[in-house]
Design a binder for this molecule. Structure first.
Ligand code: A2P
Length: 345
């Protein structure tokens, strides 16, 4: 038998909320890694991180750092990806990019392995990892779509602050303490983006994630709408989303209303979801068993519950979908793309 190829992997944004989960996920999985290179900004160069019992030193992410890298997992923000992803590709790396920089580029596959793994092999150097809220929604929709045909999706999200990085997590902690101790503070980070106004996040619910577009939707909402159609290769699916930030550290929750081509049976939907890869059904109203952000934290799966038929539409179902936004929403989906690529390479 031919010896398995070993891969030199890089994590770009290794000190970040997602980057740290990428390192942890790589540590837990069994990828054939010959070497792991950790990259971040110059501020972090020299910091040490342990990986499988070894001490690795963070280096500054610059073009030369990609010499010899086989797979580079990027999660250091869109501007870093725009600056360095092509440099990595030129040096022979496959880039798996967790930012929104290339997601809608027709040359770049946008992949959720439970939905469109075949797209991995259409890459021209870069594969994009979808938005965290999109990923968990399409994983839950895919088995139902295969059986009943997807017509329309209307979703409201309840998104954790860690999706906006370490600084947003720190801000929620500080604000919560300040509110409880009746001290004054100035909101600084959320909503993310170069926005004029920031809002209190502690003990609050903010109906804005990312910047507003001319059509009244936010960029986060448009990401979910456009990415769902791209991943499913179907521009005909009607998708409408309201994205909301809630004072939760980790775990995005979504209320998803779906209309199918055919009438959908709840029992069958529950069974299909229970058998689907990457999905765990938690749905027992009798025992108040349903997915929660707190119980999904640290897990790779997408949790689905509150499955019920719409009272007016025979083809309509309601779902409650929860997942760890840093894992399936980001780090795990990226590593899973790498694993699928390596298995079939
Ligand atoms: P650093 O810690 O050195 O600033 P988060 O999403 O938690 O905010 O993390 C963002 C990640 O992106 C961090 O690892 C951060 O590194 C990294 N990063 C930010 N700016 C750059 C840059 N210009 N070059 C490389 N990495 C960057």
């Amino acid at each position: 038998m031919a010896e398995q190829k070993q891969y030199h992997i890089a994590v770009v944004g290794a000190t970040g909320a997602v980057g740290q989960q990428m390192i942890k996920t790589l540590e837990e999985r069994d990828l054939p890694i010959s070497k792991l290179t950790l990259l971040a900004s110059a501020r972090s160069a020299g910091k040490e991180v342990s990986f499988k019992g070894e001490t690795l030193t963070i280096q500054e992410a610059k073009p030369e750092a990609f010499e010899g890298i086989d797979i580079a997992l990027f999660s250091a923000g869109g501007s870093v990806s725009r600056k360095l992803a092509h440099e990595a590709v030129e040096r022979g790396a496959l880039v798996i990019d967790n930012t929104s920089a290339f997601r809608m580029d027709p040359e770049v596959p946008l992949v959720v392995p439970e939905v469109n793994p075949e797209d991995i092999f259409k890459h021209k150097g870069i594969i994009a990892n979808p938005n965290c809220s999109t990923i968990q929604m399409v994983v839950a929709l895919q088995p139902l779509r295969e059986r009943f045909g997807l017509k329309r999706v209307i979703t409201s999200t309840y998104q954790a602050v860690s999706g906006a990085g370490h600084s947003a997590v720190d801000e929620l902690k500080k604000q919560s303490k300040a509110v409880l101790e009746e001290e004054s503070f100035t909101p600084d980070i959320l909503p993310v983006g170069s926005l004029e106004k920031k809002h209190q996040m502690a003990f609050n619910v903010v109906p804005q994630i990312d910047v507003f577009q001319d059509n009244g939707f936010t960029f986060e909402e448009m990401k979910m709408i456009n990415e769902t159609k791209k991943i499913m290769h179907d521009d005909g699916i009607q998708v409408s989303v309201t994205c909301v930030r809630v004072p939760v550290f980790t775990g995005h929750s979504e209320a998803v209303y779906v209309e199918f081509e055919k009438d959908a049976d709840v029992q069958e939907a529950r069974q299909l979801l229970a058998q689907a890869p990457g999905v765990v059904v938690e749905d027992d109203p009798q025992t108040q068993h349903y997915p929660l952000a707190t119980t999904s934290e640290g897990k790779n799966e997408v949790f689905v519950g509150r499955i019920r038929k719409d009272l007016d539409q025979p083809n309509g179902l309601h779902l409650w979908v929860v997942s760890d936004n840093l894992l399936k929403g980001a780090a795990w989906n990226s590593v899973q793309i790498a694993e699928t690529y390596i298995e079939k390479a």
